[in-house]
Design a protein around this ligand. Structure first.
Ligand SMILES: [Zn+2]
Length: 269
C-alpha cells in the first residue's frame, strides 16, 4: 500500500506491505523537484513505480543500504533509466545481495542488488541544493540530505523518535547522538525533519536536542545500574519497564536490550 501527500514542495510517499488488512511497518520516500530520496521496500516497488509514472522524476538517492530504503532501485532503473546515487560506503552494499532475517523478508522483502553512483557532497536539482551529510550510527554508511535555505532535513533512519526504546544490535547509539549534534549545529535557521518512517517534525532542532539529551541521561542511568552489578536484561526493566514488543516480533533483532548493550559499550570506540 502507498499513501501520498503534498507537504508544500515536498511530496511524501509512505509505503508498507499490507498483511491481513493492515500495514506492518511504514517506510517513506520523498519527492522534491525531481529528486526522489529513498525508494521504499521491495514489496512496494511496483506501486511506487506506478505512482512515479506521472511525476517529474530525474534521479534518486538512497540515504543508506537497508532493504526498506533501496527496494525500488532496480525497477526504477529499468522503467525510467534514472541515475541512482548513494554514499561511497553504501554503494558496494547496495550492489550485493543482502542476507535478511525471516521478519525482514516478510515485512520488506529482498532487494535486487543494483549498481548506483557515488553521491558527491551536494545534490542539485533545478531549484534546490542539498548538502549530503555523513550521519553514521544507525549504520556506518548513513547520510542525511539538507536543503539549508528551506530548512529541510531528510534524516533517513537517523531520527526515529525523541526517545528511542529499541534498536538493531549493530547500531551505535553514541555515534547516532554525534550525528544528530552535527545536524543541530547546521547554519540553517529552521530545521524540519522528514524521517524514514514518514514523520515530519517541524521543530527538528529541538527534537534532535531532546533525543541527544535523552541518550545522555539514559547512558548515565544504565552505567550506574551496571556498577550495581545488574545484567542488561534487568537494566531494560529498570529503564523501560519491560522489553519492547518489537523484540518478540523480530526474534530479538530490534530490542530494548540492544539499546542497553549499546549504552554500556565504550562511548569513543
Ligand atoms: Zn535503516
Amino acid at each position: 500500500m502507498i499513501e501520498v501527500d503534498k507537504l508544500g514542495e515536498v511530496t511524501r510517499i509512505k509505503m508498507g506491505r499490507e498483511y491481513q488488512g493492515r500495514v506492518l511497518y511504514w517506510t517513506a520516500a520523498y519527492l522534491v523537484d525531481g529528486l526522489l530520496i529513498d525508494t521504499g521496500c521491495p514489496h512496494t516497488a511496483e506501486e511506487l513505480t506506478r505512482f512515479l509514472e506521472g511525476q517529474h522524476l530525474d534521479r534518486a538517492v538512497n540515504t543508506h543500504h537497508h532493504e526498506d530504503h533501496v527496494g525500488a532501485n532496480h525497477l526504477l532503473q529499468q522503467r525510467f533509466g534514472i541515475p541512482i546515487m548513494a554514499s561511497r560506503q553504501s554503494a558496494p552494499l547496495i550492489g550485493q545481495s543482502s542476507r535478511l532475517l525471516p521478519y525482514q523478508e516478510l515485512v520488506w522483502g529482498y532487494p535486487v542488488p543494483t549498481k548506483v553512483g557515488i553521491l558527491p557532497g551536494q545534490a542539485e536539482t533545478e531549484s534546490h541544493r542539498f548538502e549530503v551529510i555523513g550521519t553514521p550510527g544507525h549504520c556506518p554508511d548513513h547520510v542525511a540530505l539538507v536543503e539549508t535555505s528551506k530548512g529541510w532535513c531528510f534524516t533517513g533512519d537517523l531520527f526515529i523518535s525523541r526517545e528511542p526504546k529499541a534498536m538493531r544490535p549493530e547500531e551505535d547509539i553514541y555515534e547516532i547522538a554525534r550525528s544528530m549534534t552535527k545536524l543541530v549545529d547546521l547554519p540553517s535557521k529552521k530545521l524540519t525533519l522528514f524521517t524514514g518512517l514518514g514523520n515530519v517534525v517541524e521543530d527538528g532542532r529541538k527534537a534532535l536536542q531532546s533525543c541527544i539529551e535523552y541518550i545522555r541521561s539514559l547512558s548515565l542511568k544504565a552505567k550506574a545500574l551496571e556498577r550495581q552489578g545488574l545484567s542488561p536484561g534487568i537494566i531494560v526493566n529498570e529503564l523501560f519497564g519491560r522489553e519492547s514488543v518489537l523484540a518478540a516480533l523480530t526474534d530479538g533483532h530490534i530490542s530494548s536490550e540492544n539499546v542497553v548493550r549499546a549504552l554500556l559499550r565504550h562511548e569513543n570506540k
